[in-house]
Ligand binder design. Structure first.
Ligand SMILES: Nc1ncnc2c1ncn2[C@@H]1O[C@H](COP(=O)(O)OP(=O)(O)OP(=O)(O)O)[C@@H](O)[C@H]1O
Ligand SMILES: O=C(O)C1=C[C@@H](O)[C@@H](O)[C@H](O)C1
Ligand SMILES: [Mg+2]
Length: 182
């Protein structure tokens, strides 16, 4: 049996990176630019459990959240032509890294700690992983996750750029890569 490999253009695009770097915001814009369906894994988890993520953590627990996250990433990463934004902790799971890196184009949205710190007030209420932690603890978590994010196909470092600027830059770089390699 001959199994045809997916072309670069067919592959789904996956956004990874720390909480709040803009995976959902930018992923949605890139999907619009490319006329692709947009899948946000956190939104899918909320739909499955029929409750917001802080309640999933509180009422059902993080292990069940991580299990559902893994199931859903495996489901969507095997599909073509999607734009998929992961939750900030998803890439800590080896199976998630493997399925994404083997089937999709993985884009790492990177931010320097000093720029990220300015955004923390937007995130505290909805990100249970940040709640009850000191700024020093959050900084440690930020740096400890960089090793997992280092596995990617492409990276962009965001500082003060608007979501639209970042999304347009990514869209253009994807189109250039598709032309170059196919
Ligand atoms: N480039 C940007 N400039 C300014 N604010 C931004 C930018 N990108 C995202 N934001 C804001 O930062 C917050 C977090 O963005 P978003 O939810 O897209 O992050 P995320 O990476 O998907 O986070 P999570 O890992 O928790 O899913 C939102 O309030 C969003 O409006
Ligand atoms: O970084 C994390 O561990 C998380 C990030 C969010 O996207 C959600 O997936 C959830 O709040 C956990
Ligand atoms: Mg998100």
């Amino acid at each position: 049996m001959i199994i045809k490999e997916k072309s670069l253009r067919e592959k789904s695009i996956v956004f990874i990176g720390f909480m709040g770097v803009g995976k959902t915001t930018i992923g949605r814009l890139v999907a619009q630019n490319l006329y692709r369906s947009f899948i946000d894994i956190d939104e899918q988890i909320e739909k499955e459990f029929q409750m917001p993520i802080p309640d999933v953590f509180k009422l059902i627990g993080e292990p069940a959240f991580r299990q559902k996250e893994k199931e859903l990433v495996k489901k969507y990463a095997n599909q073509s032509l999607k734009v998929i934004s992961l939750g900030g902790g998803a890439f800590m799971q080896e199976e998630i890294r493997d399925v994404c890196l083997n089937n999709c184009t993985v884009f790492y949205l990177d931010m320097p700690w000093d720029a990220w710190k300015e955004r923390i007030h937007l995130l505290m209420a909805d990100r249970p992983v940040l709640q009850g932690r000191s700024l020093e603890d959050i900084e440690e978590l930020f740096y400890s996750r960089q090793t997992a994010y280092a596995s990617h196909h492409s990276k962009i470092t965001i500082d003060k750029d608007s979501p639209e600027e970042v999304a347009d830059y990514i869209t253009n770089s994807l189109k250039t890569a598709w032309k170059l390699y196919e």
